[in-house]
Design a protein around this ligand. Sequence first.
Ligand code: CIR
Length: 254
Amino acid sequence: MKTAILREVSPSLGQCELTHIVREPISVEVARAQHGDYERLLVSLGCSVVLLPAEPDLPDAVFVEDTAVVLPDLAIITRPGAPSRRPETPSIVAALGRYRRLAHIESPGTIDGGDVLVAGQTIFIGETGRSNSNAIEQVARLTHPLGYTVRGVHVAGCLHLKSAATLCGPDTLLINPAWVNPAVFGAMPMVEVDPSESPAANALLLDGNLIYPAAFPRTRERLRALGVRVHGVDLSELAKAEGAVTCCSLIFEA
Ligand code: CIR
């Protein structure tokens, strides 16, 4: 059975980090309702949800994806690139430690889980304002004994690698080629986002189901045409904090 770690929306979400979008008012109430729908969708798809309490002083703590990289035999606790987000990790250590052996990214490494795309035995890591080469080397050292190959990936125009590319099938990528060079991923089959929907490459694949933002109907049609089972979810309020569907959970086989 899959376990999903989630964290309730912080009352201070409006003070979140923002890099690529302009700040606008965020309704914590609406964000909580949307987050609740997301949680229920995960449960309906067979996940056992561990819901951590909100962190009133940590605006971005709902975006738990950035705090860890969970592999079958190891969880790597990140050192988030934004200093304001580093206090998010101790509660994740406590939650994940029940399920996995833990390793930690040490200073001067910085890395956000949103930059880490695991595709089979290859771990692609975005070289972004959040994730640096020191952390990429640390991940390579930690995962090489487990049979993984790590590849740093240049990303431009968006926050994280997984803003630009995620898996929409076991070995198929959903990608925005304006933000990451498709050639990096070699011969992997790919679906490109509709050009009018730049942020549409973030999808959450769960056992053949794809959790996907309602905000991108054109790209969704492309996914449907592929025969992918798409489940729409409205996370528009969390998108104002630069969040998307993968960032609100850490999902793994317990
Ligand atoms: C941040 O800038 O860190 C948050 N406001 C958004 C993080 C989104 N995380 C993700 O996509 N993995």
